[in-house]
Design a protein around this ligand. Sequence first.
Ligand code: AHG
Ligand code: MN
Ligand code: MN
Length: 339
Amino acid sequence: MVNHTPTSVVTIERFIIEQERLHPEASGDLSNILYDLALAAKMITNKVRNAGLVDILGSAQTENVQGEIQQKLDIFANETIIKAMDHTGRLCAMASEEEEGIVAIPREFKTGRYLLLFDPLDGSSNIDVNVPVGTIFSVVPKITRGRDGTLEDLLQPGRRQVAAGYVIYGSATMLVYTTGQGAHGFTLDPSIGEFLLSHPNIRIPEHGRYLSVNDSYAPLWCDEVRDLMRRYRGLDGDHQPLSIRYVGSLVADFHRNLLGGGIFAYPRNSQTPEGKLRLLYEANPLAFIVEQAGGLASDGANRILDVPPASLHQRTPLYIGSKAEVELAERIVGETVRT
Ligand code: AHG
Ligand code: MN
Ligand code: MN
């Protein structure tokens, strides 16, 4: 029999307000930051959806601080987020993958008690082929005095995050965030332009189904990493074989594994001895979310959220996902990573 009982519709705005009520001491600033980020996500959604229709595809022919060719949508997403956030009086500085240094709050605006770090468009090399891309963000509190946020404020370990999340621009746009009270997912209903609660209190399965790794680096990995990957595939040891899934957009790979169970691994290799992914605006926010969902995130030996950052664009090896799979990674490759 079909159940016709209407389910309650909860917008992201209402959910954020209700979460805030659990903290009578809260000023509302953090809630508003999340709400402003949801607005930026809607604007980026529009551009991503139209990318195949208007002349925005292709590279902008400038290089970002990582030396990669910036895609036009990287620049658009970067500017959209900065413009959505800089005048609100809630932030005192920002940091972006697309900006070499600190993004200061212009003098004409008030500053606030939080800092925002973000990857405006993750997986951007996939745009031209219509594969999901994402946005990743992290919010930390100001710890120094004075009007403006400083490098010291930005370089806090991930365990100090007060909020983190990502947006995936997939077949639907979804926003997943945490403020330390579980990880919650919202799906954008394009007909009304609202993010609606679709995945309350996400729990990642303890064991994985999927392995997301770029296997073409195998010749550049150390023996321990190669051994680990053979175990995940059930070729050595007694591990149930995992299925390989690799999109090449961290957000998309992470999101699948968060819902379905699995591990995303980007080990260091002889060409990228520091790893590839960035600690502050890729690994840390996803680590906060995965832990809230019952999973783990490690650099192979250390909990990601405890790694002390030394620079804005610092890279890290990353093993993130279901608990059992990350624990296996630490057991097999830990000694090679520990410093
Ligand atoms: P970005 O587009 O923000 O620079 O990030 C790309 C990252 C990440 O999304 C993905 O997991 C990884 O690069 C893929 O790297 P490989 O092509 O080396 O596998
Ligand atoms: Mn990225
Ligand atoms: Mn990016």
